[in-house]
Design a protein around this ligand. Structure first.
Ligand SMILES: C[S@@+](CC[C@H](N)C(=O)[O-])C[C@H]1O[C@@H](n2cnc3c(N)ncnc32)[C@H](O)[C@@H]1O
Length: 224
């Protein structure tokens, strides 16, 4: 350090950058998601689950769904989109990270599973296709609270009338503060009830590598 009590600009900027990065890493931003998928193997990611998350699986069976257009928002490793497609749906996965999309597409190719993966930010408009069912496992809960209205508007615009949104997020009952936002059922109602009938919001656990499994909410909503 130079004269007493003063931090040279370079060092200060370095520390400020470190601080910014470590704060951002707690709830990754666009740049961090891409970096994260570049730096890590899919199989070690906390959310990686090589089967269909039990809530989605049960819901598909309960409603007797077996065909239609499905969008998986924030598809990441792509395993959920691939498992959903095995039921007979026509599935598209979108993710903000080009590397996630590339890795998911490669995995789907190796497994001979016909899912389309596209780079797209759900907070931005202009997605032209429409869907009967939209799945979100872990994307809504990483969005900035101030941008929830953008998420709801865009998701609402791409679901056909009478279509379903199945959304799984961290619950306010999950301990700690790192990672995704903890969400209360009232926040779901507040964000979505203008465009959707809220059919159910159930306490649940996340399937994946994270132990113990994080506490979640599984929300079923129907587009008006
Ligand atoms: C917690 S991971 C869940 C991945 C996947 N749904 C699963 O369950 O395996 C959240 C995913 O959302 C993606 N994501 C974050 N913000 C996004 C946005 N605005 N639009 C699209 N994808 C986004 C991230 O890149 C990441 O792959």
């Amino acid at each position: 350090m130079g004269s007493k009590g003063r931090v040279p600009l370079r060092e200060f900027e370095g520390r400020a950058l470190m601080m910014e990065i470590s704060l951002k890493m707690e709830r990754p931003t666009i740049r961090n998601w891409e970096q994260y998928y570049q730096d890590n193997e899919l199989e070690v990611m906390p959310w990686y689950f090589d089967g269909l998350d039990h809530d989605f699986d049960n819901k598909i069976k309960e409603l007797g769904l077996s065909s239609g257009n499905v969008l998986d928002i924030g598809s990441g490793p792509g395993t959920q989109a691939m498992e959903i497609s095995k039921y007979g749906f026509n599935v598209t996965g979108i993710d903000i990270s080009p590397t996630a999309v590339k890795k998911a597409a490669r995995l789907a190719d190796q497994r001979h599973i016909p899912v389309k993966f596209i780079v797209h930010d759900i907070l931005k408009g202009n997605f032209e296709d429409k869907f009967d069912y939209v799945f979100d496992r872990g994307c809504f809960h990483v969005q900035d609270v101030s941008l929830r209205a953008d998420y709801v508007r865009n998701v609402s615009n791409i679901i056909n009338k009478g279509g379903y949104l199945f959304l799984k997020c961290f619950s306010y009952k999950q301990e700690g503060t790192e990672g995704p936002h903890r969400i209360h059922p009232d926040e779901i109602r507040e964000a979505f009830s203008k465009n959707f009938d809220i059919i159910s919001i159930a306490d649940t656990l996340f399937d994946g590598n994270h132990k113990p499994p994080p506490k979640g909410l599984f929300c079923t909503m129907k587009k008006r």
